[in-house]
Write a protein that binds this ligand. Structure first.
Ligand code: IDP
Ligand code: MG
Length: 139
C-alpha cells in the first residue's frame, strides 16, 4: 500500500534565490496540500541528524555545512501516492540529469544545492515529518 504523505524542504539555495513562492506554487499546482510548514534555520548538528543515513558518504560534510548555511522551508505534503509523485515532480538528485519541467531542473544550482528535498519512502516521510513537527503543528 502506498501512503499519502511526504516530507519536503526548500533548501538554502532556493530560499536565497527567492524561489520559495514559485516552488510552493508548483507543489500546489501538482495537487499536493500542505499539512504542516515552517521557516527556520538548521544548525550543522541538526542537519547532521537529519542526514544521518549519509554520514559515511564523501559529501556528508559539504551537505551538512550547506544545509545549515541559511534558512529552509520544511513542510509535510499530502496527495495520493505522495512519495513517488513528489520525487517525480522534483526530478533527479543531479539537476543536469533532471527531466525538463521538474523543480530541480528549473531551480537547482548543483548536485548539492539542489533546491529541494523529497522523502524516498513512506517510512522516511514519517520519520522526517516527526523530526520537524509535533502533532500540534499538523493539520
Ligand atoms: P535525494 O535528495 O535525491 O534523495 P540523496 O542521494 O538522498 O538524494 O542525497 C541527499 C542529498 O545529498 C542530495 O539531495 C544532495 O543535496 C546531496 N548530495 C547527493 N549526492 C551528492 C554528491 O555527489 N555531492 C554533493 N552533494 C550530494
Ligand atoms: Mg534521499
Amino acid at each position: 500500500m502506498t501512503g499519502n504523505k511526504t516530507f519536503t524542504m526548500i533548501k538554502p539555495d532556493a530560499v536565497e534565490a527567492n524561489n520559495i513562492g514559485p516552488i510552493l506554487a508548483m507543489i500546489n499546482k501538482a495537487g499536493f496540500k500542505i499539512l504542516a510548514m515552517k521557516y527556520m534555520r538548521l544548525t550543522k548538528e541538526q542537519a547532521g541528524m537529519f542526514y544521518e543515513v549519509h554520514k559515511e558518504r564523501p559529501f556528508y560534510g559539504e551537505l551538512t555545512e550547506y544545509m545549515s548555511s541559511g534558512p529552509i522551508v520544511a513542510a509535510v505534503l499530502t496527495k495520493d501516492n505522495a512519495v513517488a509523485d513528489y520525487r517525480k515532480l522534483i526530478g533527479a538528485t543531479d539537476p543536469t540529469k533532471a527531466d525538463e519541467g521538474t523543480i530541480r531542473k528549473l531551480f537547482a544550482k548543483s548536485i548539492a544545492a539542489n533546491a529541494v528535498h523529497g522523502s524516498d519512502s513512506d517510512e522516511n516521510a514519517e520519520i522526517e515529518s516527526n523530526f520537524f513537527f509535533s502533532s500540534l503543528e499538523r493539520f
